[in-house]
Ligand binder design. Structure first.
Ligand SMILES: NC(=O)c1ccc[n+]([C@@H]2O[C@H](COP(=O)([O-])OP(=O)(O)OC[C@H]3O[C@@H](n4cnc5c(N)ncnc54)[C@H](O)[C@@H]3O)[C@@H](O)[C@H]2O)c1
Length: 261
């Protein structure tokens, strides 16, 4: 079995379920020990239990990524528990289905704090630790197809994901001199709880059956099916591994053929 990440440690935010969980399991299969930072500690612990059955070390801790102090402290705990880390994946994020006219200040603040703040604080915590320890680490952020094309009724979500691309490009240039790379992944339509929630809201809003909006969204995908979390995790494994050492500042699409840019 190939284990390109043997001896490495990855910290992943929002890996209690969905894409983050698939990334955690994939990187563990590739040989890494895993720390999960999530609001939902029960789910994070369940994923860590799976990782331990694979013979890897794991650590779960509760964090709100939108709170800088909480995230920095959680990264420090994970670093201590697993004796350092080499890979930081800022995956946690939320969606909002809101036409621009309906956006309230509280909605705006919440999604900015989680989707932009969570990535910024995660980049900071990882870069500070990598620089201090002289680690040529990898920082990987969750963008989206919505980071490349603004999506109607997901306008503010799209804006947060454009911001993730901006942070990724800036951080890549700030940290290149330390040998740290910073990239992002841009999934399309992935079957996770995030989409189940979007689908429920759209069903109510448009008076259509549960599942129809997801099916409709997926119908335009060139490869003929929606993404699984594992499709995304395979690409993140490449970004986390040595084959991507000469890539930095990029946010490639992994969307089955939704956008062609
Ligand atoms: N599902 C998709 O189609 C899709 C497409 C493109 C991009 N993405 C992005 O991928 C990432 C993961 O999406 P997903 O579909 O797996 O989502 P999900 O809702 O299924 O899971 C998100 C996880 O993040 C955790 N989380 C949420 N807010 C948090 C916070 N403030 N602090 C700590 N943890 C928090 C949740 O507890 C959960 O475990 C997100 O950034 C999302 O925007 C998803």
């Amino acid at each position: 079995m190939s284990t390109p990440l043997a001896g490495k440690v990855a910290i992943i935010t929002g890996a209690g379920q969905g894409i983050g969980r698939a990334i955690a399991l994939r990187l563990a299969k590739d040989g890494a020990d895993i720390a999960i930072l999530d609001l939902n500690i029960e789910k994070a612990q369940m994923v860590i239990a799976e990782i331990e059955t694979m013979g890897r070390r794991g650590y779960a801790t509760s964090t709100d990524v939108s709170d800088r102090d909480s995230l920095h402290a959680a990264v420090e705990r994970a670093e201590k528990e697993l004796n350092g880390f080499d890979i930081m994946i800022n995956n946690a994020g939320i969606a909002q289905v809101l036409p621009l006219l309906d956006v309230k200040p509280a909605d705006f603040e919440k999604i900015n704090n989680i989707n932009i703040g969570g990535v910024l604080w995660g980049i900071q915590a990882a870069a500070a630790s990598f620089i201090k320890r002289g680690v040529k680490g990898k920082i990987i952020n969750a963008a989206s197809i919505s980071a490349h094309k603004g999506q109607p009724i997901f306008g503010v979500y799209s804006a947060t994901k454009f911001a993730v691309r901006g942070l990724t490009q800036a951080a890549a240039q700030e940290y290149a001199r330390y040998g740290i790379t910073v990239n992002a992944y841009s999934p399309g339509t992935v079957g996770t709880e995030m989409w189940e929630q979007i689908d429920r809201i759209m069903a109510e809003r448009d008076g259509v059956a549960i599942g129809d909006s997801f099916k409709n969204q997926a119908s335009g995908i060139a490869l003929g099916r929606p993404s699984t979390p594992e499709d995304v995790a395979g690409f993140v494994a490449y970004l986390a591994g040595p084959d991507s050492d000469y890539m930095t500042g990029q946010s490639p699409l992994i969307d089955g053929g939704m956008l062609f840019i």
